[in-house]
Design a protein around this ligand. Sequence first.
Ligand code: NAD
Ligand code: UDP
Length: 311
Amino acid sequence: MKSVLITGGAGFLGSHLADRLLGEGARVTCLDDLSTGSAANLAHLANEPRFELIEADVATPIALDVDTIFNLACPASPVHYQHDPIKTMRTSVLGAINMLDLAEKNGAVILQASTSEVYGDPHVHPQTEGYWGNVNTVGERSCYDEGKRAAETLFADYRRHRGVRTKLVRIFNTYGPRMLPSDGRVVSNFIVQALSGQDLTIYGEGMQTRSFCYVDDLIEAMVRMMRTADFAGPVNIGNPFEFNMLELAQKVLAFTGSTSQIVYRPLPSDDPRQRKPDISLAKERLGWEPRIGLDEGLKRTIADFKTRLNT
Ligand code: NAD
Ligand code: UDP
C-alpha cells in the first residue's frame, strides 16, 4: 500500500482509514463528493504532503495512478441513502464499475465496503457469509441493499473474468467519533438527543437488535484484509455482542447523565429485526476480533460529540 485511493474518504470510516494509512507512510488520495462526508473530517491533514482530497462523484470515471483502492463511497445512513435512492444505486453500481476498471488498468488491489444489509431481514442468525439473505427488491432500503449486492456481484465477476484482485468485506453497524450529528443513525441520534436535552427516539418498540463495532476495530480489520494475500472474502466484520435499541438508549442516558425521556416512533419499513455477525471466518483468516466493547466505545464517542457540539 504505497499509493492508496479511498473513495468516500471524507466520510466517517474513510477519514479514519486515511489517518491510519498516512500514519503507516502511504500516499493517500480521498475522492469524495462531500454529500454525507465533510472536509472537516480531513481538515487536520491540510498540511500533509502525502495527502490529497479530490472532490468528485465516484459514478464518473476518473484516471489516477494508484496501487490500492478502498471503495467506500456511498451514503450509509438509511435517512441519507433513501433521500436520493437513484443516486444511491448509481453510486454503488457505477462507482463499483469505475473503480474496478481503474483497478484493472493499474493492476491495483481493490476492496469493497459491503454491508450486513446484503443479508436483509435475515432468517439465519447469527449471519454467516454462506447465507444468501432475505432482501426486498422494491422497498425503501432496496436502493442501498441491492446496490451493494450488485457491487458484490461486479467484484466477483471482475475477479473471475478479468483477474482483478478484489476483496469484499461485509461491514456490520459501526460507530465512533466523526459520525455526522445529522447522520440519522441510531448511535449518533441518541447521543445528540441526550446531550441536547431532546427526547430519545426509539423506532418501534426498541426490541430490534443490532451489534455495533467501534471504528478502530473496524479499520484494523479492513487493513488486515487488504494485507492478506489470496483471500477475496466476502468476510463479515463486526462485533458479535448483540443488544436491543431500548438497551442502547438506556446506556446512552446513563453515560451522558442526561435527563431526556425515551419516546417511541413508527418502525421504518423493512427494518431488520435482528442482526449479529458470525465472525469465525475473520478470526480464522485475518486473526482479527474486536477489542473495544460497547461501554468503552460509547464513552469515547460521547466525548467526541461533546467536543463537537460544545456541550
Ligand atoms: P459516510 O456517509 O460517513 O461516508 C460515505 C462517504 O461517501 C461520504 O463522505 C460521502 O460524501 C461519500 N459519497 C457518497 N456518495 C458519493 C459519490 N457518488 N461519489 C463520491 N463520494 C460519495 O458513511 P460511512 O459510515 O463512513 O460508510 C462508508 C462505507 O462503509 C459506505 O460504503 C457504507 O455503505 C459502508 N458501511 C458502513 C457501515 C457503518 O456502520 N458505518 C456499515 C456497513 C457498510
Ligand atoms: N433507530 C431508532 N432510533 C433512531 C434511529 C434508528 O430506534 O433514532 C433504530 C432503527 O430503526 C434500527 C436501528 O435503530 O432498527 C439501527 O438503525 P441505524 O439507522 O443506525 O442502522 P441500520 O438500520 O442500517 O442497521
